[in-house]
Design a protein around this ligand. Structure first.
Ligand code: SAM
Length: 324
């Protein structure tokens, strides 16, 4: 299968490094406002992500962080805010011009933020498909709006590289567009649209399966938002294509014998008359107390066919707690 789109992608981001393109990967996710963090305007203009990968819950105990596809450096600065150690954030990008631009932006960030030192970020030239990073050395690995560009073989390779460098129980945090409508071949094969994060996206289920097939035992869907429309007037499609963006955390937990735990925001509520309901698989439900459950447990509880358990639909808004 042709991989020329990887070269087109480099050209697109070389241009976006040389001249900020504010609308490139527009997101409705607000930029983190944190005490003492002054975000350089140029970093905001070069925000080429489609969500946020920064979550304080992941960032306790001075984690070692890897960020692949640095863009203007905005999220690396946010990660450095939490890690605050020399070389605490490793940034990898394949485009020289993007590395140079982010370096300039970190100079600016150092002037604006007394707590920030450029040495907190270790920028490396490298490819997501062959990371210049040691095995089992990273606590939190992040990428924002890069992996959706990859076709299946490259996506598999990029995910397995992240898995390789993460420590056991380490976290892969990602934000990417997803799409439930089948993307017409002409759009899927349009290298520029793919590079612009508009036509490579997968249905959420397929995206999650790619992650769990690599070996990640737990997956959390933290957010899902409207992202873009591809319409027949402007794109080679005869139907409207609605694209969403998701924020996902995949944890390098051992794979459970009965398959991965995927949390899409389902909750079980027992409303029977007993003191509690114990499914003898580690889940104890107390009357009218919500228990966040993974989709596997939600299915198993539903299969009990009881008339005193309510299972909520997926909220696609989950970041911890509950069963497993
Ligand atoms: C859509 S931008 C996202 C930038 C940044 N994550 C953000 O949220 O602003 C994609 C980034 O990935 C980089 N990139 C493209 N192909 C890459 C590859 N094969 N390996 C590593 N980085 C790559 C680009 O230079 C660019 O910085």
């Amino acid at each position: 299968m042709s991989t020329s789109y990887l070269e087109t992608t480099k050209d697109v981001y070389k241009a976006a490094a040389e001249k900020p393109d504010v609308g490139l990967c527009c997101t409705t996710t607000p930029v983190w406002q944190l005490p003492g963090l002054d975000m350089p305007v140029i970093m905001q203009q070069m925000n080429y992500g489609c969500g946020s990968t920064v979550n304080p819950r992941d960032l306790v105990n001075n984690p070692k962080i890897l960020y692949v596809g640095v863009g203007g450096g905005m999220e690396l600065l946010q990660f450095a805010y939490f890690s605050r150690q020399k070389n605490g954030v490793v940034g990898v990008d394949v485009v020289d011009e993007m590395l140079a631009a982010s370096r300039r932006n970190f100079d600016e960030a150092e002037k604006l933020n007394p707590w920030f030192k450029k040495e907190m970020v270790d920028l490396r030239k490298g490819d997501a498909l062959n990371l210049p990073v040691e095995d089992n050395s990273i606590d939190v690995a992040a990428q924002n709006c890069l992996f959706n560009i990859f076709k299946q073989d490259e996506l598999k390779k990029a995910l397995s590289e992240m898995y390789r460098v993460l420590k056991p129980r380490g976290r892969l945090v990602m934000s990417d567009p997803t799409c439930e409508t089948e993307m017409p071949e002409a759009l899927r094969e349009d290298e520029r649209l793919r590079a612009l994060c508009l036509s490579g996206s997968l249905p959420l289920k397929d995206y999650i399966k790619m992650i769990t097939d690599i070996g990640f035992g737990t997956v959390e869907i933290r957010a899902k938002r409207a992202y873009r429309i591809l319409d027949p007037k402007n794109y080679a499609t005869d139907k409207l294509i609605y694209i969403e963006s998701v924020e996902v955390c995949a944890i390098k937990d051992p794979m459970p014998a009965d398959g991965p735990c995927v949390f899409t925001g389902k909750t079980a509520i027992y409303y029977g008359s007993k003191e509690c309901l114990d499914d003898n698989k580690g889940h104890v439900l107390f009357p009218n107390q919500p228990l966040a459950v993974c989709d596997k447990t939600a299915g198993a509880l539903a299969n009990l066919n009881r008339d005193d358990i309510f299972i909520s639909p997926s909220t696609f808004f989950y970041d911890g707690g509950g069963c497993c």
